[in-house]
Design a protein around this ligand. Structure first.
Ligand code: PLP
Length: 411
């Protein structure tokens, strides 16, 4: 018996009348695999969520990254609840902001100071402003296929983003220090910042880990030209290393951006920086009505302490290795070859014999109908709440679904 989605579809037909596109943002793969995915969730606990039809899923999207300790984690939720009862959105910053900043400075190796916001995009936008403020220059270099949020400076070819919005953005291929050196040379004296993710995690493509010489060369180029090096660690942050993904790959950025895993799903982000940017940061004008909300700060403290206590990066890496090794094995046993890329905790899988993702869509859709939630085009996330039993069940489902792919496509 596979899942059906009658209630999801009924809600979607109502949503389409009152919400453009029916669903805010991109939070469903149903648009690429119609009929195989739910449109709406109901509730979640640990590694699993339940959709509005009552179907349960082992979730490898983890809310696209924020869920690291498991849905409805008791320690984090309790910390949130206690502070929410004491005060939420207040007229002054809460004392917890100091405690949280101290914790992050003690945890992340490139953090001499911290500024808080809500979304990852707030942190990346603050980083761009600081790089420009510090250097007095305009140009920011980004990597092709990278993602830093949907704000207009970061978007490509999106509705309403004009050429002027992007006038001071220059793109380079990720992982190519020669290309970076050429671009910096071409815009000599005008580049304020280089913003890169710690490894390349584009959609629809294999994930790329840095070659050993990449980060030292990027650091050298930035130092030679007085450029601020910004690490966008919003997606990978605290899934690879509690000291930050910069530490994991041996790079010390000038600024680094955190959000997703910071409070296990409560909305908060942080821009951290090194000493020499402190004065610029103290002069910059960043604020938001909800940026000082205290319960999210309490949740972030509980989440970071818990991630450190259990060594979450080690757990997700080991579970991710079990999952990805198991998937490769089951694919082979079914006469198929898959390519798995990225860190095991944040893996991406595609079928070696195709570029059009039809096999991935069929595989992931069939898995969803059997209670395993993968995305066909986007990297997945493993959490510390996934269990060995979850992985075993996932591999049983994957076995069946690889068989379906083999029957439909042959290889
Ligand atoms: C690397 C990276 N940077 C920035 C962002 C933007 O974060 P948010 O969606 O919280 O604004 C994301 C979100 O997926 C991301 O993956």
């Amino acid at each position: 018996m596979t899942y059906t989605f009658a209630r999801s579809m009924e809600l979607f037909s109502r949503a389409a009348k009152v919400i453009p596109q029916g669903i805010p943002g991109h939070l469903t793969p149903v648009f690429t695999v119609p009929g195989s995915y739910p449109y709406f969730c109901s509730h979640a606990k640990g590694s699993r969520f339940v959709d509005v039809d009552g179907n349960e899923y082992i979730d490898y999207m983890c809310a696209y990254g924020p869920m690291i300790l498991g849905y409805a984690n008791e320690k984090v939720d309790e910390a949130y609840r206690v502070q929410a009862a004491r005060g939420n959105c207040l007229s002054l910053a809460n004392g917890l902001s100091v405690e949280l900043a101290e914790l992050i400075v003690d945890t992340v190796d490139c953090a001499d100071w911290v500024m808080f916001a809500k979304n990852g995009a707030d942190a990346t936008s603050m980083a761009v402003m600081l790089a420009r403020g510090y250097t007095g220059r305009d140009i920011v270099v980004l990597a092709e296929g990278g993602y830093h949020g949907t704000q207009s400076w970061a978007g490509t070819n999106h509705v309403g983003v004009t050429a002027r919005d992007r006038a001071d953005i220059v793109m380079v291929p990720w992982g190519d220090p020669d290309a970076l050196r050429r671009v910096v040379g071409r815009h000599k004296g005008s580049v304020a910042g280089v913003m890169l993710t710690p490894y390349h995690h584009p959609v629809f493509e294999d994930q790329r880990l840095p070659d050993p010489g990449f980060w030292p060369e990027v650091r050298r180029i930035c130092d030679e030209h007085g450029i601020v090096l910004i690490l966008d660690d919003v997606r990978a942050g605290w899934r690879l290393d509690m000291k930050g993904s910069g530490h994991f790959f041996g790079i010390r950025p000038d600024l680094a951006c955190y959000s997703k895993a910071m409070a296990n799903g409560y909305p908060i982000s942080a821009l951290v920086g090194v000493e020499r940017l402190r004065i610029t940061a103290s002069k910059a004008y960043f604020a938001g009505s909800f940026w000082c909300n205290a319960p999210e700060m309490a949740a972030a403290i509980a989440c970071i302490e818990e991630m450190k206590r259990i060594d979450a990066p080690r757990i997700v890496s080991e579970l991710g290795a079990k999952l990805t090794n198991g998937l490769a094995e089951r694919a082979r046993a079914n006469g198929l070859e898959v390519v798995i890329s990225g860190p095991p905790a944040i893996p991406f899988m595609r079928f070696a014999s195709e570029k059009n993702f039809l096999r991935s869509q069929l595989f992931c859709g069939e898995c969803a109908k059997r209670g395993v939630f993968f995305h066909p085009h986007h990297n997945w996330f493993v959490s510390a709440a996934h269990t060995e039993a979850d992985i075993e069940r996932t591999l049983e489902v994957a076995d069946v679904c690889f068989g379906i792919v083999k029957d439909r496509f042959g290889s």
